[in-house]
Every structure is written in structure tokens, then in C-alpha cells.
Design a protein around this ligand. Structure first.
Ligand code: FDM
Length: 214
């Protein structure tokens, strides 16, 4: 039957600092993959439409929303745990997921505030591990030239700088990370990402790679 020969979708995460082009690139990737008859869907974290997402959105947009660092950290994680069934279901159906931010943002932003890296990583244990993480690396000069920060929490240069350093650490230590030069044109960044993703999808099909978990 058809299901036995169909391989699972790839879990692809896109990480990067604010204004690196994550949102438009993830939208365009899904479009390009679908055009090539590769089923793909976009997902984004935090997902502000769920119950935990409502609280997260309030916390990000309202400075008077007082939640302890630990509480909001765990809510961001819970927001991912809420989606596990959906993630597994999609991948098993052969749908590739292009995810805008994931556990790495969770750990990086909380650590950037001064929280303990190890503590922050623990509640991610057991979540599906991305097959591929594409890190959109943009130099600070170029970041400055793009439309400015909004008014949400964490949209400050101090936090962004620390988050960038933590992402570079992941890029060095994690085997699933690929760095893409996001200072290039939109189209070049897009084609570089598409290449990596298609390569990953082929690998999963060729080696029948099972989904891994943190
Ligand atoms: N963020 C995002 C976190 O602090 N933890 C997380 O787990 C995730 C997924 O939320 F500043 C931060 C990163 C960013 C903010 O993200 C909202 P978007 O991509 O701007 O919606």
C-alpha cells in the first residue's frame, strides 16, 4: 500500500534574531516546497492562538504583566508540548514542517535574561528533535538597516546580542544546525535554505531516519 512506501516529513526549524527574515522566509519555503509537490506546512512558536499562547502574548506585549521568569519560561515550553501530537501527525502523513522558532529560542531568550542554561533545557526533554535547524545569521550592521524593533519585551539590542551569541554556540555544538548567511539577497537566502531542506528530505527517505527526541 501507499503508506508503507511514503516516508515521513522532515521537522525543520528556522532560528535567528529579530529582523533576520524568518517569517517571510518560512512562508516562502512552504510555498516553494508545495510547488515542487512536497507537502509542507508552516508552524510558529509561540503559537499565540492557544490558551498558553494568550498568556504568552499578553506577557510579551504588556510590561505590567508580571510573571516570574520561571513561570513564563515553562509556559513557552508548554506551548510547544501542546503541539506534539499535531507535529507527529503531520510528519507521519509525510508533511514537512517548517517551524519559525522552537526550543532553541526558548533556551536562548531565557538564558539571555540570566537564567540557568541547564535548568532552561530540562523541560524540552522529550519533545521532537528537529532533523534540521537553519540558523539565519545576519550581521549587526545589516540588522540595523532593516525596519526597527517593535515594542514587545525582548526587543532590545542587549537581549538580541546575547541571543545571537547563544545561537552561535548551538551552531557549533549541535549536529543538526546549519548556518545560512542571511546578509545575502532574499532570493539567495531562500534558495540556500531550500537546498538544505530538500537534501534533508532526501536523506530521511533514503535512510528511513526515524524522528528523534530531545
Ligand atoms: N521566545 C520565543 C521566547 O522567549 N521563548 C520561546 O520559547 C519562544 C518560542 O518570544 F522575542 C521569544 C522570542 C521573541 C518573542 O517571538 C516572540 P515572535 O517570533 O516575535 O513571535
Amino acid at each position: 500500500d501507499k503508506t508503507s512506501i511514503m516516508s515521513r516529513g522532515a521537522l525543520v526549524v528556522v532560528e535567528g534574531v529579530d529582523r533576520c527574515g524568518k517569517t517571510s522566509q518560512t512562508l516562502k519555503l512552504v510555498e516553494s516546497l508545495n510547488k515542487r509537490n512536497i507537502p509542507a506546512e508552516r508552524m510558529a512558536f509561540p503559537d499565540r492562538t492557544t490558551w498558553t499562547g494568550h498568556v504568552i502574548s499578553k506577557y510579551l506585549s504588556d510590561k505590567d504583566c508580571k510573571l516570574s521568569d520561571e513561570a513564563i519560561h515553562l509556559l513557552f515550553t508548554a506551548n510547544r508540548w501542546e503541539k506534539v501530537e499535531k507535529i507527529k501527525e503531520s510528519l507521519n502523513k509525510g508533511v514537512t514542517l517548517v517551524v519559525d522558532r522552537y526550543s532553541y529560542s526558548g533556551i536562548a531568550f531565557s538564558t539571555a535574561k540570566g537564567m540557568n542554561f541547564h535548568w532552561c533545557s530540562q523541560p524540552e526533554i522529550g519533545l521532537p528533535k528537529p532533523d534540521l535547524v537553519v540558523f539565519l545569521n545576519i550581521n549587526p550592521e545589516n540588522q540595523k538597516n532593516r525596519p526597527g524593533f517593535g515594542t514587545e519585551r525582548y526587543e532590545t539590542s542587549t537581549i538580541q546580542k546575547k541571543v545571537t551569541e547563544i545561537f552561535h554556540g548551538f551552531a557549533k555544538s549541535e549536529d543538526n544546525w546549519q548556518v545560512i548567511d542571511a546578509n545575502q539577497s532574499f532570493d539567495k537566502v531562500h534558495s540556500d535554505m531550500l537546498y538544505k531542506i530538500e537534501e534533508q528530505i532526501k536523506n530521511i527517505a533514503n535512510y528511513n531516519t526515524p524522528l528523534q527526541y530531545f
